[in-house]
Design a protein around this ligand. Structure first.
Ligand code: PLP
Ligand code: COI
Length: 352
């Protein structure tokens, strides 16, 4: 893939002070078009700017779109690294397949990410816990109001220097187990990274926020009994010394951090289970003092300890609302690999 690069003549000032999440954007973005019969074409890096679309563009009406999320990290050695971008490329195609968006060659996805990060490398923040959040996305652009797969698409990558996803940083968060709304069902689009899943999550999120909780933990959409995942992360529990996470059932996102955590825990010799886990099992384990830790995993959230889980009238306090031993070790190991401070035995990072 050949990428035409046009650099901005008016670079913006870099942010100063504490970085939030996803509010500031860099000087450049990657763009590429898809046209039926021609394939993906016109790969280019251009100055960051607004895009113009016809009001009839299909993405606005039926939500045919996908997105990804990964990060670039500036290492202590001055080298910029990406974390498992090949996994994002694979997940892009899994999402695309479900949404009738054309496949994107995995090597082109990775090269597009690498190239745009290289152009805006001096935007990768260096303060502790910060990184350059990368948001690739594809939208359907046909000017047509019929319900059908679009014949044209736009693939864009934007970059955002970011700090912690939760304002509380690594301090444990409170999570609301939702007992009314559901997010996804098997056979639907729960495993795909697409806007509709997030639009469907907002009503419950607002309710949880109003009650002082950071995010929603979803239950399965059929029996409303089994734990699925959190709004922007997968979920893990440590019960009786075992690391337990819901299995990939088709209705939850196959998280890349989830996969990394499973591999690390297995390498450390911990007992790991990917299986169905019911909210009743959790409540019982908590009452009997066997629910030792709970944490969420995600690109934006990294490892996010959960100190409190609410389900109807039950409020479960976990590990005294403190960071657990495994959560801390996972956070230190994963961020250590990402920042080039720990040897990357699994070959997870790619130098930019
Ligand atoms: N689940 C949902 C719904 C998410 O939005 C995310 C974030 O990407 C995750 C899980 C975690 O996935 P990953 O570790 O690949 O970032
Ligand atoms: C990510 O962690 O990359 C995500 O996509 C979460 C996002 C919904 C903020």
């Amino acid at each position: 893939m050949e990428i035409k690069i046009t650099k901005t003549s008016t670079p913006k000032a870099k942010p100063t002070g504490k970085l939030g999440f996803g509010k500031v954007f860099t000087d450049h973005m990657f763009m590429m078009n898809y046209t039926e019969g021609k394939g993906w074409h016109d790969a280019r890096i251009v100055p960051y700017e607004k895009i113009t679309l016809d009001p009839s563009a299909m993405v606005f009406h039926y939500g045919q779109e996908m997105f990804e999320g990964l990060k670039a990290y500036m290492g202590a050695d001055g080298k910029a690294r990406l974390f498992r971008p090949d996994m994002n490329a694979k997940r892009t195609n899994a999402t695309n397949k479900r949404l009738c968006i054309p496949q994107l060659p995995e090597e082109d996805f990775v090269e597009a990410v690498r190239a745009v990060v290289e152009v805006d490398k001096d935007w990768i923040p260096t303060e502790d816990g910060t990184s350059l959040y990368i948001r690739p996305f594809i939208i359907a652009t046909d000017e047509f109001l019929g319900v059908a797969p679009s014949k044209t698409y736009l693939f864009i990558i934007i970059l955002s220097p970011s700090g912690a996803y939760y304002e509380s940083g690594l301090a444990p968060v409170g999570i609301w187990i939702e007992d009314d709304y559901v997010r996804a069902v098997k056979g639907g689009i729960g495993f795909a990274k697409t806007g509709g899943n997030y639009a469907a999550s907002l009503a419950a999120q607002v309710k949880a926020h109003d009650d002082g909780y950071s995010q929603v933990l979803w239950l399965d959409g059929v029996e409303r009994k089994y734990i699925e995942e959190v709004g922007a992360m997968n979920i893990f529990f440590k019960i009786d010394g075992k690391i337990i996470t819901p299995m990939l059932s088709g209705s939850i996102l196959p998280g890349i951090t989830r996969d990394s955590v499973l591999q690390l825990c297995r390498n450390w010799g911990l007992e790991v289970e990917e299986r169905k886990i019911s909210v009743d099992e959790l409540i019982t384990a908590q009452k009997e003092g066997r629910l030792e830790e709970c944490f969420g995993t995600g690109t934006a959230a990294v490892i996010s300890p959960v100190g409190k889980l609410r389900y109807k009238d039950d409020v479960m306090l976990i590990n005294n609302n403190e960071i657990g031993e495994i959560s801390q070790k996972l956070y230190d190991t994963i961020t250590g690999i990402q920042w080039g401070k720990i040897e990357d035995e699994n070959k997870w990072t790619l130098l930019v």
